[in-house]
Ligand binder design. Structure first.
Ligand code: NAG
Ligand code: NAG
Length: 340
């Protein structure tokens, strides 16, 4: 994970030295939405779509998800049916190879370029798994990184319809409603992934958390469908599914699932020296959604007849999802790339 500033890095280091370390591998607010951050990767570089000779993404020999992947979801708090549908259809689109070009399945093709020690590629098949509702906020409306693991434990050990335990090819996606605060939400992260600790949950399960930022910080975590207050004069883009918070979550979910597939136990594909704060395949392309993207420019996007902005098609819907690092060509790629 790329750190916002040197001061923050030092603070992080101090925290790590003084408290039990709980690394966050997260989707952070975009570089230009962090007012005074010095972004070394894109800030001063006009390089094409994140391409850089300084990026040394390496494989660290750990497992990746080569067998067909199942995404189990936990809906924490109050969710509308229509919101669940937008998200479920997005995940259901990962393997929908018949969707119109440029497609979500075409976006997943970049993830499939990653392999394990045996040369096996990441699976093309991503399935929707079981769902668990946690409507009554079992662990309150303010979660910490640790209490998130307890929420997952409750879901996999529930008396009625527990989520299946599937450590090798299951991913657990905890989605919190717009009235739930999670440690570091808005300021430092919009979502993160890690794996559960056997001491808390009983198993090592790769999981991600993504929050609905609609009430807390849409200008940060649902950008560009909402605009931060200090960026006066800029108009938000129209979101493709009419729900700013959920449409904003889509790219974060894509980011986290792509990283979970390529780095589920945080010992496989990442760049940087520090396994506690690795830079992963989606971190390298934050803010890039189309050809020419970089810095504060998102790149070439598509516009629907309804005026909504998107960059890929799923089954029945459109989505705006960030690009991913392609280690074969060493730059960010996505299905809506224009031939140049
Ligand atoms: C950013 O820098 C400006 C000018 O140096 C300063 O006034 C402002 O408070 C800073 N903002 C943050 C969020 O640190
Ligand atoms: C599997 O990964 C290799 C190495 O990156 C790549 O050349 C190949 O195209 C990938 N296969 C698929 C089906 O994506």
């Amino acid at each position: 994970m790329h750190r916002p500033s040197l001061l923050l890095s030092l603070l992080t280091l101090l925290t790590l030295l003084t408290a039990a370390p709980l690394p966050a591998i997260g989707y952070r607010p975009l570089p230009h939405l962090r007012p005074n951050s010095s972004d070394l990767r894109f800030g001063d570089s006009k390089k094409y779509e994140g391409s850089s000779e300084f990026v040394h993404l390496r494989y660290h020999m750990g497992p990746v998800l080569t067998g067909s992947i199942t995404v189990h979801t936990i809906w924490y708090g109050q969710w509308q049916k229509s919101q669940k549908k937008i998200i479920r259809e997005f995940i259901g689109s990962f393997s929908a190879v018949n969707a119109k070009h440029p497609s979500v399945a075409g976006w997943w093709d970049t993830v499939r370029l990653y392999t394990d020690q045996t040369g096996a590629n990441i699976s093309r098949t991503v399935r929707l798994g079981e769902q668990k509702n946690d409507r009554f906020y079992s662990h309150g409306k303010s979660l910490t990184r640790l209490s998130i693991q307890s929420v997952i434990k409750s879901a996999v050990t529930a008396k009625t319809k527990p989520l299946p335990i599937n450590p090798s090819n299951g991913l657990y996606l905890l989605l919190t409603s717009d009235d739930v605060y999670v440690e570091d939400f808005c300021g430092q992260v919009c979502g993160f992934h890690y794996f559960t600790f056997p001491s808390i949950v009983g198993y090592t399960l790769p999981f991600a958390w993504v929050g609905n930022s609609a009430k807390l910080c849409p200008g940060i975590c649902a950008y560009p469908f909402a605009i931060p207050e200090y960026m006066q004069g800029l108009k938000p883009l129209k979101s493709p599914n009419g729900d700013v918070g959920v449409d904003g979550m889509i790219s974060v979910i894509g980011h986290e699932v792509a990283e979970l597939a390529t780095n589920p136990l945080v010992n496989a594909w990442y760049a940087g020296q520090d396994p506690v704060a690795p830079v992963e395949i989606a971190d390298l392309c934050e803010g890039i959604y189309g050809t020419g993207g970089g810095g504060s420019y998102m790149g070439q996007l598509l516009n629907g007849k309804d005026g909504a902005t998107y960059n890929m098609n799923g089954i029945r819907r459109r989505y705006l999802v960030q690009w991913l690092w392609n280690h074969v060509v060493s730059y960010c790629t996505g299905p809506n790339a224009l031939d140049q």
